[in-house]
Ligand binder design. Structure first.
Ligand code: UDP
Length: 497
């Protein structure tokens, strides 16, 4: 028998219903299965549609990967049909309803887990109840947050030392105490939850308690990207953790890359043909993840800056914030009139409405920069592509990730957003075209600063690949994790006797 197979081990994966959480967890389930661990993903039907073909291809290769679904209560929750993922929520009100509906899935998933009777649960941190399920079954619960060591360290230190409390102005910079580097932030860049009681205050307290009771935390990152923070997380903050990333690198086949997360809205081959026709490192890739919404005024500024930048670009258009005005037009992916035709006719760029095959694009040698909202998956995928960044964080822990890129790794420049805000409304601040153009030219240009960032980005790309290869830091941590789950299983069987 192959000593690297672990058929007696059965791990279940419970991803949260948002692409940035679900996609890396699916990559992780596939990684476990590729090592012979029986791996079952639990989700809902509409979410399963986003990755079932990929799992099916893996199963044809003989990997023990399985999918179980529980029905989503969208009807009784007053949600539109098929609205089972945060990407489908068009307004803040529907997002809140959706989050509450996801909470209602707990009993169904719990009963399924009991039926499956696995050896381990890998759960998104946003399901704090999974720690109690694991306790009942006497198995380990491993938490997955989808973020990196750096942002988890920043977040924990801000909560512990509350450096923003003595600062009156929203725009004055302060340094987060006790971190390995001087990391400067402003109050305006902090999540609401740190500054006032919100609808989610209680949930976040439950998440913290569940993380403490967990067997450990899985981090989608690699040691050489943020060594000081991996050490700080483990030694100073005393969180048991394994770095297993970049998980996206386990998508090796073109089909897996092209369909990762959903069916792409553009034919992968035609996208690659367009990129093949471009000079190396000449194209700017613009994408703001799966949840960001912009105002019309902001899109106008962005369109003008991209057109005038003089660099070819791929722009995955952010969805427009849904309002009564644009609802009547039914135009989710709005662009200024005539812009798309102008860009197409001049071959200046490629516009993608909907889902882009991001990993496939970022790996192409024609990509020279990435204008991003700083979601952790996007940052890591950009690092794997060896490209520098123009950072435009919006909410969640995106401002922390920006600091890692610009202040610690120094592989990117900020576009200058200072305002943490989930939904970019017309009343919110607009980043003007001049600022966007300037940041683009600092990253895409020929200056020494740009060259230096490109060089560093390529070095990190090589380190990322090394980390997941046999003997690399992520490979070793993954192997160690499997052994720890196995010995936990043996110990708990022993105790039951
Ligand atoms: N993504 C993609 N195509 C798109 C938009 C997003 O493949 O058109 C993927 C992207 O590659 C990343 C994920 O969706 O893996 C987004 O996660 P991230 O953490 O970057 O941001 P979030 O969407 O959670 O804000």
């Amino acid at each position: 028998m192959n000593p690297n197979r672990h058929e007696n081990l059965h791990v279940i994966f419970i991803p949260y219903m948002a692409p940035g959480h679900m996609m890396p967890m699916i990559d992780m389930a596939r990684l476990f299965a590729s090592h012979g661990v029986r791996s079952t993903v639990i989700t809902t039907p509409a979410n399963a549609d986003r990755f079932s073909r990929t799992l099916y291809r893996d199963s044809l290769l003989g990997n023990p990967i399985f999918l179980e679904t529980v029905n989503f209560p969208w009807e009784e929750s007053g949600l539109p049909e098929g609205c089972e993922n945060l990407i489908s929520a068009p307004t803040p009100e529907i997002t809140i309803k959706l989050i509450r509906a996801i909470e209602k899935l707990q009993p169904k998933i719990e009963s399924l887990v009991h039926q499956i009777n696995p050896n381990c649960i890998v759960s998104d941190v946003l399901y704090p109840w999974s720690v109690d399920v694991a306790e009942k079954l006497q198995i380990p619960r491993i938490a997955f947050s989808g973020s990196c060591f750096f942002s988890d360290c920043v977040s924990k230190c801000i909560k512990k030392y509350r450096p923003h409390q003595g600062i009156e102005s929203e725009s004055e910079e302060f340094v987060v105490p006790n971190l390995p580097h001087d990391v400067a932030l402003t109050r305006s860049q902090l999540p609401d939850i740190l500054k006032k009681k919100t609808d989610f205050t209680e949930l976040f307290e439950r998440l913290r308690q569940a993380e403490e009771k967990s067997f450990g935390v899985l981090i989608n990152s690699f040691y050489d990207l943020e060594p000081a923070y991996a050490d700080y997380f483990r030694k100073d903050l005393e969180v048991r953790s394994w770095n297993v990333g970049p998980l996206s690198l386990h998508n090796m086949e073109v089909d897996d890359k092209a369909e990762r997360g959903d069916t792409a809205s553009i034919d992968a081959q035609s996208c690659l043909t367009w990129l093949d026709s471009m000079e190396p490192s000449s194209v700017l890739y613009v994408c703001f993840g799966s949840l960001t919404r912009f105002s019309m005024s902001q899109i106008i500024e962005m369109a003008s800056a991209l057109e005038d930048s003089g660099h070819p670009f791929i722009w995955v258009i952010g969805k427009l914030l849904k309002s009564e005005e644009n609802d009547s037009r039914g135009d989710e992916w709005w662009l200024p009139q005539g812009f798309e035709e102008k860009i197409r006719d001049s071959s200046k760029g490629l516009i993608i409405r909907g889902w882009a095959p991001q990993v496939l694009i970022l790996e192409h040698q024609a990509i020279g920069g990435f204008l991003t909202h700083c979601g952790w998956n996007s940052i890591l995928e950009g690092v794997c592509g060896g490209v520098p960044f123009i950072t435009w964080p919006m909410f969640a822990e995106q401002f922390y990730n920006e600091k890692l890129v610009t202040q610690v790794l120094r592989i990117g420049v900020c576009v200058g957003n200072l305002q943490w805000k989930v939904w970019a409304t017309e009343e919110g601040p607009v980043i003007d075209r001049a600022k966007i153009r300037e940041a683009v030219s600092r990253v895409m240009g020929e200056a020494a600063e740009s060259e230096e960032m490109r060089k560093k980005a390529k070095e990190l790309r090589d380190l990322a690949r090394k980390a997941v290869g046999e003997g690399g830091s992520s490979y070793k941590d993954f192997k160690a994790l499997i052994e720890e789950i196995k010995s936990y299983t043996v110990r708990s069987r022993h105790c039951q006797k």
